[in-house]
Design a binder for this molecule. Structure first.
Ligand code: BGC
Length: 419
């Protein structure tokens, strides 16, 4: 009886937070992510090493699949079971959804101490701060409107930088005539939609992209310009090889790295693969903006969404957040990842030519009001709408939706249903 009373008293003290002596700090970070390719794993190692140097272990929860759809399904199950990871890689609107559900932690104290509000661009703060509280640590800024080109193939076909969509088609024709796969693509919904983001920006221009894919303006979504965008997508798809269905994005990048294909249209995580294969810009590969999109940047940012973990795991979470936003990590990690820093005060010294261009383009777009969230990559609209979008694009690419007219009608309907 006496023992029971003591136990009850101690339990009360713990519950009211009066003692914490019994809970040993857990010096481990549990992280859910979809960084499973060679370049991604190399980038993640930079973080693991930094944390190990501070005495924190790493429990890896990898769930492959770019755009993070599979990872988000796994995260949903973990959260439903009440087993929150320390942090999860997340994109834009997903962070806000989990914050609204009340399962995120609060990093505001650390953020204030470290002045994140002054160094993290406002475009990212919109997704890492919820209800006045910091709930996520932004890791990087990726952008999707890029072409990744094999330099040897370009030389072989005598090609030059395509400045317009028609130039790009002419270039793809040259590659085809030379017996090289013109366009390396993985036929998965998120890859196709990521490419279509660029096609829409190129076809309709910055104002149109914003109205259609950030403001979700119904008239723009159902317009002739959207129809023309699907026509342009169909043209591009006519240059992929017969085995593209289901191919992983990094295998498509590998086709360009191995000079088996001319070009991949992909976010700059593709550059992480070139770097991992020891290829350098201007020598082995070329990075150009998707033709007709110069001056604009379609972005996404990987965020480490921080969950409301038990008290004994909070120190590790704060160490993770602090490490993530440290200027030296922001440089070292993003050099390897292919992205650019999530802080505005990191020098571009260590970045290669494409990285330097990425940083300069981002600044110009941010200053000029032409920085737009990627609809395919979780920064244009909440997940239900992004999924509706990906679904229509992939049905069009794989012939379940036959014409551009039908695709436009389906897009408007699917997005309206998901609103
Ligand atoms: C992420 C990148 C990742 C890519 C492919 C994107 O959604 O933002 O960090 O490299 O997916 O896995």
């Amino acid at each position: 009886m006496r023992k029971l009373m003591m136990t009850t008293a101690v339990a009360t003290l713990i519950a009211t937070g009066c003692i914490s002596a019994f809970s040993q700090e857990v010096k481990e970070v549990e992280m859910l992510h979809w960084w499973t390719s060679g370049g991604e794993a190399a980038a993640l190692n930079v973080l693991k090493t930094d944390l190990a140097n501070e005495g924190f272990g790493w429990k890896d929860v990898p769930v492959a699949g770019g755009g993070g759809d599979a990872a988000m399904t796994a995260l949903k199950a973990m959260v439903a079971a009440g087993t929150y990871p320390t942090a999860s890689q997340m994109l834009g609107y997903s962070v806000l959804d989990y914050a609204a559900a009340g399962v995120m932690g609060d990093l505001t104290e650390t953020a204030i101490k470290e002045g994140w509000d002054k160094s993290v661009p406002l475009a990212l703060q919109q997704f890492s701060v919820y209800d006045g509280k910091w709930v996520a640590a932004p890791v990087n800024i990726h952008s999707v409107n890029w072409l990744w080109i094999s330099k040897p193939v370009m030389e072989k076909i005598g090609g030059t930088e395509p400045k317009t969509f028609d130039d790009l088609i002419a270039l793809l024709d040259k590659a085809k005539a030379a017996g090289v796969v013109p366009l390396a693509l993985g036929g998965q919904d998120w890859q196709e939609a990521t490419m279509f983001d660029s096609v829409v920006l190129s076809t309709g221009g910055p104002e149109f992209y914003k109205k259609a894919f950030n403001d979700l303006d119904e008239e723009s979504l159902g317009s002739d310009t959207m129809n023309q965008s699907f026509d342009n997508l169909a043209k591009l798809i006519s240059y992929v090889d017969p085995n593209f269905a289901g191919r992983d994005w990094n295998l498509a990048t590998a086709m360009v790295i191995k000079d088996e294909a001319l070009v991949q249209v992909m976010g700059d995580w593709a550059k992480g693969e070139f770097s991992a294969a020891k290829e350098a810009p201007d020598t082995d590969f070329l990075c150009y903006r998707f033709p007709g999109t110069d001056g604009s940047v379609i972005y996404n940012s990987d965020m480490f969404g921080m969950f409301n973990v038990p008290e004994d795991r909070k120190a590790a979470q704060i160490a993770l957040a602090t490490a993530t936003l440290s200027p030296s990590f922001q440089s070292a990690f993003n050099v390897v990842k292919g992205s650019v820093p999530a802080r505005t005060d990191v020098p571009d010294t260590d970045f290669d030519a494409c990285g330097k261009k990425g940083m300069a383009d981002l600044k110009a777009a941010n200053d000029g009001g032409t920085l737009f969230g990627s609809l395919a990559q979780g920064y244009g609209a909440p997940p239900a709408i992004a999924n509706a979008y990906k679904d229509v694009v992939t049905k069009f690419v794989h012939g379940q939706i036959k014409t551009s007219e039908e695709a436009v009608t389906e897009l408007v309907k699917a997005i309206n249903d998901a609103r």
